[in-house]
Each structure stands twice: as structure tokens, then as C-alpha cells.
Design a protein around this ligand. Sequence first.
Ligand code: GDP
Length: 313
Amino acid sequence: MAFLTHFPIAPIHHQTQTLFTRFILSPKPKPLLIFASLSSPQPATSHFSSTPSSSLEPLQDISTTEQPTLQIAKEKLFIPPETEICSEKPPRILKGSNIVLSKYARDAQVISAEFVKSSVETEACPSDGSPEFALVGRSNVGKSSLLNSIVKRKKLALTSKKPGKTQCINHFRINDSWYLVDLPGYGYASAPNELRKDWNKFTRDYFLNRSTLVSVFLLIDASIPAKKIDLEYASWLGQNQVPMTIIFTKCDKRKKKKNGGKHPEENVQDFQDLISEYFEAVPPWIMTSSVTNQGRDEILLHMSQLRNYWLKH
Ligand code: GDP
């Protein structure tokens, strides 16, 4: 794909330590095959408690699965810092993802969620210093549905869809301690080219200058083949060293479309193969569905370990 050639491999991150610094700097290890599930999660309660805890205890009971598994080479896992993998102690991998759990993963339950504000520039965003995660994706990728599923509210994300707010940075405060941020969708089919590229101008400053941004969650529709604009977006984030987690949406849509349509697992694999050309290492990814709630608890656990590490460093 010619358009990929002018995106260089993501350069090494020289700033202060982040979860991704070590990830990117890690030398590529000899591939070691590890089993990880790509299937739907069991009803998630086992590894969450209903109240937030200040304990640093690692989670003891990560749910396992009897369902079909996918082999993931060790070099394709996201291994958080301060997490060792050795043959005596197999890693605990979040279901339907390539993410290894670290000691920083703790209670992740959403107790409260409230819309805080819409901002049109980074400087106007909340300034209390709480960590945040930004959700972004092509229009119709399922961003609002995922946001509602994460916070277990049917209509919270509607707030961002109100007139005047679709092109804003919308902050939702979770558990009165961190933020989920809804960014404008990109790639509207009916919009002229000028407008389609607008994300670059509007959100670029946010991505590059928002110091409390822990990770961008880039949503990719797994029910269809990779789109050029999504690959470009992922590449831009990598090129600019913006930490990114890929959230594959609509993984419940299993019906193959005609003309070589593929299952979500195949699209997920294809997308990773395509971005591997311009990333030194595979970013963390999670398969989700807002219909079955697949991946919801995995997202929250991943956010908790990123957040807790970020707060400590
Ligand atoms: P947004 O434009 O990115 O906010 O997307 P929406 O959340 O509004 O969803 C767009 C369409 O995709 C709607 O018709 C949703 O019902 C549908 N959708 C969203 N998430 C899922 C999913 O996980 N599975 C399926 N099957 N459909 C979904």
C-alpha cells in the first residue's frame, strides 16, 4: 500500500517514562507462543470488586476460558513495565486482547460517571490534573455505544451528540478521579475532503499537548476490512509518539459479507499486520462488542493498570 510508505517507523520515545517507553524500547524477544483467548468474556464479576480499593494487591482471579484460543507470540504481547514473563510463571492475559496484566491492574468498576464539559481547544479542558483516556474513531464505528457500555449508562454518550458538541472535546468524569474523553469522529462519508481532514487540525493539538492524556483509544470496526483512513490515523499517532490502544468494535458481527468478507478475528489480524509496517512493536489491542459487552471489563482493567502506573510515575 503506497500510502504507508511515507510514514516512518515510530521513533523511540525520549520523554519521561511511560508505559510505552519500555514497551517500545524492549528488544524483540525470541517468539514464544502463548495462548490467549479471542472469545467473549464470561460475565465479569470475578475480578472486580464493587468498591474502589486503595490496595496495591494484584488481582488474584483473572477469568479463564474454555473457548477457542489464539496463539499470540510473546513479541506480539503488550507487556507493561515491571512485569516479567518467564516459563515458570505464565502471564495473565486479558481475554480477547494481547494485553498482559501487571501488578498495577486493580479495581476497575465504574461507580459514577458524569458529563463535565465540552471544550473547543486543549487549554479549555479540565485542569485538575486527573488522568484521561480519549476515545476516537471513524463516524459510525460504535464510539457512543462503547462509551455507554463502559459507563453502563444507556444515554450518557448522547451528550456528545447534541448539536454544537459533536466537534468538541467532551469530558466525562469517572469515579470522581479520572476522565473518559469523547473526541469528534472522523471520516464522514458525505463530508468533503477538506472537512474529512479536519481532525488533523482540531484534535492534533490535543494529542500533542494534553499532558494528562494517558492513552488514546483508537476504535476500529472489526466487522469490515481495514480502511485507509484508520491506518493513516494509527500511523499518525505512532509517528507522533502518542500512546495508543486499539479497540476493535462490533466483534459480535460474525456473518461474512459477500466478496471475500472476513470474520472479525481475520480483520483484527489484518489490521495488525498492516500497522506492523510502521510500528516497532504491536500496540495493545482489545476486541469488543457493545451488543454482548465483550471487552468491556478488559478495557476497564487495562485503563486501570495504565492509570495506576501513570499516577505512580
Ligand atoms: P458512533 O457514530 O461511532 O458514535 O457509532 P454509534 O455508537 O452511534 O453506532 C453506530 C451504529 O453501529 C449503530 O447502528 C449501532 O447500533 C451499531 N453498533 C455500535 N456498536 C456495535 C456493536 O458492538 N455491535 C453491533 N452489531 N453493532 C454496533
